[in-house]
Design a protein around this ligand. Structure first.
Ligand code: ADP
Ligand code: MG
Length: 279
């Protein structure tokens, strides 16, 4: 976060071509005894190392879809597979980061990160070492013995990030992870995120309703429309030419950036208008 000046466009990342890491096939989710459809016939496949942003207006089913991927919720219809196996519940192959800070207040920063590994059965000796190395990666090495209450919002989210990455999930799921942070901290977290994903080679799904954040972080944007939640557009960010751009100012001057931003704003406008006209 302090080495912004040394950031530059990363070499092309390698999206796996063989089998999709995750496959959602015709997923529907109904609530209230089938009278409310939160998700309707949603299908997509995620490739290895791909960063996908779920974007769409409030209530379009983004969180529901992410919770289904996490195994915290079951679809009413449809199939979900991770690495070719049906998802039946939560598993260590999928790590989730929520908007709300989810540290245990009675554990130190280090203990919080170690605890995440303990519950998935990583041996004690390895836990300490991994916890320290991931806390260093998120620039919290000086705060290992602090308690979460003494940390700022950005630092708490970095603890959550270290804890989740230390568990080494294949798929990283994030529900508006930076939504509660102020603009500057959010920016720093986004840059850190890009660096970490690049390093750790994760398949990522991040929910955001911030269009600029989605374009910055993602290789692909899945835009949901609401009531019922459906995929309105599935967009590969081809204007990035298969690279990631940690420096926002480099990204926004690429040809194609403004067109994409315009298209996403227009889609969001359409959704909001439909909602307010009662459709
Ligand atoms: N447990 C639930 N029971 C009933 N309705 C729900 C439940 N969870 C979510 N919903 C509804 O499903 C819709 C999609 O919610 P959600 O996935 O949270 O949307 P988003 O994350 O895109 O804002 C919303 O209308 C929400 O009120
Ligand atoms: Mg949500």
């Amino acid at each position: 976060m302090t080495k912004i000046a040394s950031l530059h466009a990363h070499a092309s990342y390698d999206v796996g071509h063989a089998h999709p890491v995750l496959r959602a096939h015709r997923i529907s989710k109904e609530y209230v005894n089938g009278t409310f459809t939160a998700l309707d016939d949603v299908s997509f496949e995620l490739k290895e190392n791909q960063i996908t942003a779920f974007v769409g207006p409030s209530g379009c089913g983004k969180t529901t879809m992410l919770r289904i991927i996490a195994g915290l919720e079951h679809p009413t219809r449809g199939r979900l597979e991770v690495s070719g196996k049906p998802v039946v519940g939560p598993g260590p192959d999928r790590g989730m980061i929520f908007q709300a800070y989810t540290s245990f207040p009675w554990l130190t920063v280090l203990e919080n990160v170690e605890y995440g590994m303990k519950i998935i059965g990583i041996p004690a000796a390895e836990r300490r070492e991994r916890a320290m190395s991931f806390l260093k990666l998120v620039h919290l090495q000086k705060f290992v013995d602090s308690y979460p209450r003494s940390l700022s919002g950005g630092m708490k989210q970095r603890v959550a990030l270290a804890r989740t990455l230390a568990q080494n999930p294949n798929v990283l799921l994030m529900d508006e992870p930076f939504g509660a942070l102020d603009a500057q901290v959010r920016w720093e977290m986004q840059e850190l995120m890009i660096e970490l994903i690049e390093r750790e080679k994760k398949t990522v799904v991040a929910i955001t309703h911030d269009i600029a954040e989605a374009i910055y972080l993602a290789d692909r944007i899945i835009f949901f429309s609401r009531q019922p939640g459906r995929i309105k557009a599935d967009i590969n960010l081809d204007f990035k030419n298969g690279k990631r751009y940690p420096l926002k100012e480099e990204l926004i001057k690429l040809p194609g950036y403004v067109d994409l931003e315009y298209r996403l704003f227009a889609m969001m406008r359409e959704e909001i208008r439909d909602a307010s006209s009662g459709e």
